[in-house]
Design a protein around this ligand. Structure first.
Ligand code: NZQ
Ligand code: ZN
Length: 399
């Protein structure tokens, strides 16, 4: 087993009615003036927001709530929230929602703790050195932001908009309240997109350049099998508590870094993340749902990079789907086809044409590649490092 450092500090409170422990958890982590961030209407419509505000009030925790976070969350919304949270003198940020709400809450927490910087500075190089404590009440199993050290925002004040992520330990939530029943109001499309994203958070770490921890592989292969089994069940019947709870826990474990441990000498086992970078550019330019961008590009990425380590793709096919084909290349292809069938059963697109509703022309592909490479200033990936031309080729292959 290779050397690693692993740190996963988020306290998980899982199960039915756990949102009734909100005030207790906020107090445990030092909050007395809570700024509550939520999204569009779902938390209001379900009555969750009212229940949470009531729970805080009954337990003498001052709270102010502000909604308006949209999927592919905008830095302009976060800026307004920073102003309001500063005026309220918040000492704790509570996210009630999914990845978009949690990532906005993370940005708000950083900018409120250090108002000398504009929030976007933290997304473009300024190191986060302090933050307010953040807690989450999760309403959609998908992004894994409740346990991850990342946050992703779209800068909508730029033309064209740009979508970027940052990684810092200050992005860790102190607690995550996870009641699977809260996800039963989700539209099937969002459950499907969430399951695709959960699958991809394991895939991005499984297809790494540095390999070697057997237990890590076994955990990853178990996570793959779990989401392949329960994802379609959740889409089929969102009232299936067992399926929705498996999906929820799988989402958190898939993005807590557990399957990304290991290093060869001083070279850390970095995840690949190319599909996420390809997908984020699509979301920036077309405002597409994150999980759907990933299913649209995954197979084309696999076929483009698999010769780097065909054995790894064959192992994936055999361990995840029980494929018995002895030839590695053929086995890898069967694994790709099985995964596409899984994405399809979730209602997710398998190409850019299916995702966007039209076939992007060469000019559109080039714009995507420019966004993906931050105007040709970077390469992406680790399993195989991809430059601008590679990225254009992959986008073309998934048309
Ligand atoms: O806005 P409301 O009305 O709440 O509706 C939301 C939204 O339309 C709805 N929804 C959420 N919970 C619901 C519900 N509808 C009914 N019942 C419920 N219980 O679902 C829609 C999608 O919500 P969103 O928060 O956008 O979903 P998700 O959790 O998939 O988050 C996606 C964002 O997270 C980023 C993505 O890029 C994207 O911006 N990611 C963040 C990561 C991280 N911080 O670690 C990692 C991921 O790879 C990802 O990049
Ligand atoms: Zn993701």
């Amino acid at each position: 087993m290779q050397k690693f450092v692993y740190h996963a500090p988020t306290e998980i409170v899982f199960g039915k009615d756990t949102e009734l422990r909100t005030a207790e958890m906020v107090k445990k982590y030092g909050g007395s003036r809570v700024f509550v961030v939520y999204g569009g209407q779902s938390a209001v419509r379900s009555g969750l927001l009212d229940r949470v505000m009531q729970n805080l009030k009954e337990n003498d925790v001052a709270a102010e709530a502000m909604g308006g976070v949209v999927p592919n969350p905008l830095v302009s919304t976060a800026r307004e929230m920073v102003k309001a949270a500063l005026a309220f003198q918040a000492d704790f940020i509570l996210a009630v929602g999914g990845g978009s709400v949690i990532d906005t809450a993370k940005g708000v927490a950083h900018a409120v703790a250090d108002p000398s910087h504009d929030i976007w500075d933290f997304w473009t190089g300024t190191k986060v050195t302090k933050s307010l404590p953040i807690g989450t009440i999760l309403t959609i199993s998908a992004a894994g932001s409740e346990t991850s050290n990342s946050a992703v925002l779209t800068n909508d004040t730029k033309v064209p908009p740009t979508k970027r992520g940052i990684t810092t330990e200050f992005n860790r939530c102190r607690f995550a309240i996870m009641n699977p029943e809260l996800t039963m109001t989700l539209p099937k499309y969002q459950i499907g997109a969430g399951a695709a994203d959960i699958f991809m958070h394991t895939s991005e770490r499984y297809f790494a350049a540095v390999l070697g921890n057997h237990l890590t592989d076994e955990i990853a292969e178990g996570l793959f099998r779990d989401i392949v089994l329960y994802g379609p069940r959740g889409v089929e019947d969102p009232q299936d508590y067992e399926a929705m709870s498996e999906i929820m826990w799988c989402g958190s474990v898939s993005h807590v870094g557990l399957t990304g441990v290991g290093a060869q000498g001083d070279t850390p086992r970095e995840g690949d993340w190319a599909c996420h970078q390809l997908g984020m550019a699509i979301s920036a330019l077309y405002d597409s749902t994150h999980g759907a961008t990933l299913s649209a590009v995954w197979a084309a990425w696999c076929r483009y990079v698999r010769s780097e380590n065909i054995g790894r793709f064959a192992q994936f096919a055999r361990k995840v789907y029980g494929i018995t084909e002895p030839d590695d290349t053929k086995a890898s292809e069967e694994g790709i086809l099985k995964t596409n069938a899984f994405f399809k059963s979730l209602g997710m697109p398998l190409s850019l044409t299916e995702l966007l509703g039209h076939t992007p022309d060469d000019e559109e592909i080039e714009k995507l590649a420019v966004e993906c490479t931050y105007d040709r200033t970077r390469k992406i990936g680790a399993f195989k490092i991809l430059d601008y031309d590679d990225i254009v080729a992959i986008y073309k292959a998934c048309r």
